[in-house]
Write a protein that binds this ligand. Structure first.
Ligand code: MD0
Ligand code: SF4
Length: 360
């Protein structure tokens, strides 16, 4: 097996990897192989974005959602989800706090808010995008879920640089079990429309939800075909809600850490499969303690930095490491520098965006 792995690792630096190659990377048979793969991933990162680590501030400003995704704490049918909609002033304050910390980009995320199709709501959101961009001087990511092409264009004209919408999996049967009631094609199509509208696009895959290694390899190939410039994997964190609360009984709840180990293996595989992409090390799965492993696997962007004491939630981890200020630039910097890496400047991030636009 290691002979094949060595061949795959050489091939990664020469050209595209196929489904079989990716399967070797996604599922190392032992720690020695995992270490080899991660060492190659760090070398690939050094060849593409060097020692720079970008940072993304996260403002989850509406937790209302019309969808009922089986894996999500904020699904429509949840009886315990903390529902809120922050005011534009609150969102602006959060964005400015994040900018003052020195993050490179502001990610404005909301559930697929039932109000999103109302012109007044999307007009207000477009205005907010412009104000956040203007007041922070930072690029803006918008993560509103599936929206119409007209709304996409409205957000692009308002200055949004990124559109994030996660497919979770490119196995359509699994998609239907995860995002019940939603259409695989629709969710994929909106990302294609966003690319056509001039957005940079982030796609993402969930790990530890019953997927196979082949499914994960197909998902990497699917995101490659799409042309997403930022690609992520996140380990599934079962919602706190138990069956007694009327929540779903998650039949394939992963063994503790299994989903997170798979996530880190996916980060290394993504780095080798998509060398030039931004690949997140999200703080929203294991908090600050999980950052080192994700950076060691080749991630070059830290996401889900959340301003403390503003009553803002994470997605998978609603409160972990937020009010203790661990999910902050100050919190992550020592970990980054302990690995011989450094936090990127805003200009370096903007330069990366320009080069990604030129390549798309
Ligand atoms: C993150 N918690 O970056 C955020 C979230 C959504 N655009 C981002 C999943 O991990
Ligand atoms: Fe809604 Fe997103 Fe949660 Fe699905 S994952 S229920 S779309 S907030």
């Amino acid at each position: 097996m290691s002979l094949n792995l060595d061949k795959v690792l050489i091939k990664a630096f020469e050209g595209p990897l196929n489904r079989e190659d990716l399967s070797y990377l996604i599922a190392p048979v032992n720690q020695e192989q995992r270490d080899k793969i991660q060492s190659a991933a760090r070398k690939m990162r050094q060849l593409t974005t060097g020692d720079k680590i970008f940072t993304s501030g996260f403002v989850y400003f509406s937790t209302w959602c019309r969808n009922d995704c089986h894996f999500c704490a904020y699904r429509l049918s949840s009886k315990t989800a903390r529902r809120y909609r922050k005011t534009p002033a609150e969102v602006l304050k959060a964005a400015q706090l994040l900018a003052n910390q020195g993050v490179n980009i502001i990610d404005l995320t909301l559930g697929e808010d039932p109000a999103i199709d109302q012109a007044e709501f999307s007009d207000q959101l477009a205005k907010l995008i412009s104000e956040v961009k203007e007041s922070t001087g930072r690029p803006v990511m918008i993560s509103p879920g599936v929206v119409t092409t007209e709304i996409l264009h409205k957000f692009r004209q308002a200055g949004a640089d990124w559109y994030a919408c996660y497919q979770e999996t490119y196995n359509q049967d699994l998609f239907n079990r995860l995002r019940q009631g939603q259409r695989f094609e629709t969710r994929l199509e909106v990302k294609k429309e966003a690319l056509k509208a001039g957005f940079l696009v982030e796609d993402g895959i969930l790990c530890g939800v019953g997927e196979t290694v082949a499914d994960l390899a197909d998902s990497i190939l699917g995101m490659t075909t799409l042309g997403a410039q930022q690609v992520r994997a996140m380990g599934f964190v079962p919602p706190a809600e138990s069956v007694t609360d009327g929540g779903p009984h998650w039949t394939s709840s992963p063994a503790p850490d299994e989903a997170q180990i798979r996530e880190v293996d996916m980060i290394a595989s993504l780095r080798l499969a998509r060398p030039k992409c931004l690949i997140p090390a999200s703080l929203d799965v294991e908090g600050l303690v999980g950052l080192k492993a994700r950076l060691e696997a080749g991630a070059n962007l830290i996401t889900s930095l959340v301003p403390a004491n503003m009553d803002l939630s994470g997605v998978a981890q609603a409160s972990l490491d937020i009010d203790n200020k661990a999910r902050s630039v100050e919190g992550v910097q020592p970990v980054v520098e302990s690995l011989g890496l450094r936090l990127a400047s805003l200009d370096e991030y903007k330069t990366w965006i320009e080069s990604a636009r030129a390549d798309s």
